[in-house]
Design a protein around this ligand. Structure first.
Ligand SMILES: Cc1cc2nc3c(=O)[nH]c(=O)nc-3n(C[C@H](O)[C@H](O)[C@H](O)COP(=O)(O)OP(=O)(O)OC[C@H]3O[C@@H](n4cnc5c(N)ncnc54)[C@H](O)[C@@H]3O)c2cc1C
Length: 477
């Protein structure tokens, strides 16, 4: 072997920690990051890290809003190096894909072959590993459940070895990894079942909801009539307009739905335009702007229901048209509060809005969706009922205390908060919100007996046992 340029006498320097944050950029912490280059490289990294006694965590595209993909003082495995679509069976609609591949890249490979992801979140800038680790949901949970319902197999790398997991052959470790927020190990690849499509377009019906009651009524009816449904809610409207919304109901378009000029190439890939937001901006989102934006968005929606054919990105991923839009919230960032409550406590949806308004909060973006049956993973977020995702400016007066009280309301109603969005929940409510936490902890202990994998979220919420050697804010070795 030829000597390294330095002459080989100097010990390799340990990379410096960098600040790692969630999409909301409200609670960064310092960690060393390393790009995973291959599954074998991942095994090496895990073995070395376990031998050193330090902590580690997988990270995808960093779209979790809070601290789920952060590991203060530890080593973050940047899984974006595992980005290949390994094998597409275009006859059966089954794909084997590396876990660092983004949904955007996967869709670019499968849509022209007549297949779609059966479940997709509101951004395509999410990795397969991140989608499994959070067991993400889409606008069709009431019909199709979560992402994991379509995962046939996954490969998990742990300190006790590499394992291939499937729901049939290894249900406990499989379902502990699904929604396990990276705490059972690192997923390197997955085999997914896809949904057939005949065009790359969507038929979208758009209509207004005059107030919260009408919005909820329309969404409830859409459970039976539409595959996809979502309401954007004006979170700052008061009085008679309280809870007014723009509701979009979607179906995959058939060839007969397309205008003649699109029928020759019905699976044509979507040409998504994406404008970048530059770094270093001051906070541009303010209360007056939020009020003006919400009012304008509502008024621009058609008064009468309209039906149009759209490419799939503007329907599923409208926010992806503005890259790094989280920078608009400035250095202090923002947070997203997403909760679910059962149908019989639909009143909580109104109560939460009222509490936020009474506390002087100005939700910048609010999305209301329906959930269907819960899945088998102990930490999976969805359960039947109503889910609301509310974007809020971070660091405003009384926000922490207000949300603490809202958490109690949600928990007492039999609801829960979504870990993939969270950066502030207190640990006392976790057991009530996730009653199967103990089952998950037992399965995790088999896969990671010495607790190598940990995140800021796991530490804050006591999802894992306390680490004797961890000094908050410092390095753990
Ligand atoms: C604009 C926007 C819209 C969104 N809409 C939705 C939505 O509609 N529905 C929904 O459910 N979610 C939604 N999300 C949340 C997002 O889908 C999840 O947070 C998802 O986990 C992010 O994936 P990621 O690749 O960015 O993972 P990261 O944010 O990097 O990590 C998230 C978690 O996954 C773990 N993880 C990542 N990669 C791996 C791996 N290879 N192996 C093991 N664990 C891993 C991490 O440790 C961490 O705990 C949205 C987020 C944004 C920003």
């Amino acid at each position: 072997m030829s000597p390294p340029p330095s002459g080989g006498r100097e010990a390799p320097t340990e990379p410096e920690p960098v600040l790692v944050s969630g999409f909301g950029r409200a609670s960064a912490s310092a960690a060393v990051t390393t790009l995973v280059r291959s599954p074998d490289h991942l095994d090496e990294l895990i073995a070395r890290r376990a031998a050193s006694g330090g902590r580690a965590l997988a990270r995808g595209l960093g779209r979790a809003y809070g601290d789920a993909a952060q590991c203060a003082g530890g080593l973050v495995f940047d899984c974006r190096g595992l980005d290949q679509v390994l094998e597409l069976d275009a006859t059966r609609g089954v794909v084997r894909v590396e876990a660092g591949c983004s949904l955007r890249a996967l869709l670019a490979a499968i849509v022209p072959a007549g297949w779609f992801l059966p479940v997709t979140p509101g951004t395509a800038e999410v990795t397969i590993g991140g989608a499994i680790a959070a067991d993400v949901h889409g606008k069709n949970h009431h019909r199709d459940g979560t992402f994991s319902a379509f995962v046939d197999e996954l490969v998990l790398h742990t300190p006790v070895g590499r394992r291939t997991l499937s729901p049939a052959d290894s249900p406990e470790p499989f379902f502990a990894t699904v929604a396990g927020m990276g705490l059972t190990g690192v997923i390197s690849q997955a085999t997914l079942r896809l949904a057939p499509i005949t065009t790359s377009k969507m038929v979208v019906e758009t209509r207004r909801g005059a107030d919260l009651d009408q919005t909820m009524e329309i969404l409830e009816r859409a459970d039976a009539s539409h595959h996809y449904s979502v309401a954007w809610v004006d979170g700052v409207a008061r009085g008679r307009c309280f809870g007014r919304s723009v509701i979009t109901l979607g179906e995959h378009a058939g060839i007969e739905d397309l205008p003649a000029h699109q029928r020759t190439d019905p699976l044509a890939p979507a040409r998504a335009r994406c404008l970048p937001v530059p770094p270093g901006l001051p906070r541009l989102i303010s209360a007056p702007l939020i009020h003006a934006f919400n009012a304008t968005y509502f008024r621009r929606a058609p008064r009468r229901a309209t039906r149009e054919v759209l490419a799939y990105p503007p329907y599923f991923y409208p926010l992806d048209a503005l890259a790094d839009w989280n920078r608009l919230y400035g250095r202090r960032g923002f947070l997203q509060y997403q909760y679910v409550v059962p149908d019989e406590r639909a009143d909580v949806v109104r109560l939460v809005f009222e509490r936020l308004i009474a506390a002087g909060q100005h939700p910048s973006l609010v999305v209301l969706k329906r959930f269907g049956a819960a899945g088998p993973a102990p930490l999976s977020f969805p359960r039947p009922g109503w889910t609301v995702a509310i974007d809020l400016l971070a660091g405003t007066e009384d926000l922490a205390a207000t949300l603490d009280r809202v958490d109690e309301l949600v928990a007492s109603a039999g609801g829960r908060v979504y870990f993939a969005k969270d950066g502030r929940l207190r640990p006392e409510l976790v057991a009530a919100m996730y009653p199967e936490l103990g089952r998950w902890q037992a399965a995790r202990a088999e896969l990671d007996p010495d607790g190598l994998f940990v995140s800021d979220l796991a530490r804050r919420l006591h999802l894992v046992a306390p680490e004797p050697r961890f000094a908050p804010g410092g390095r753990d070795e």
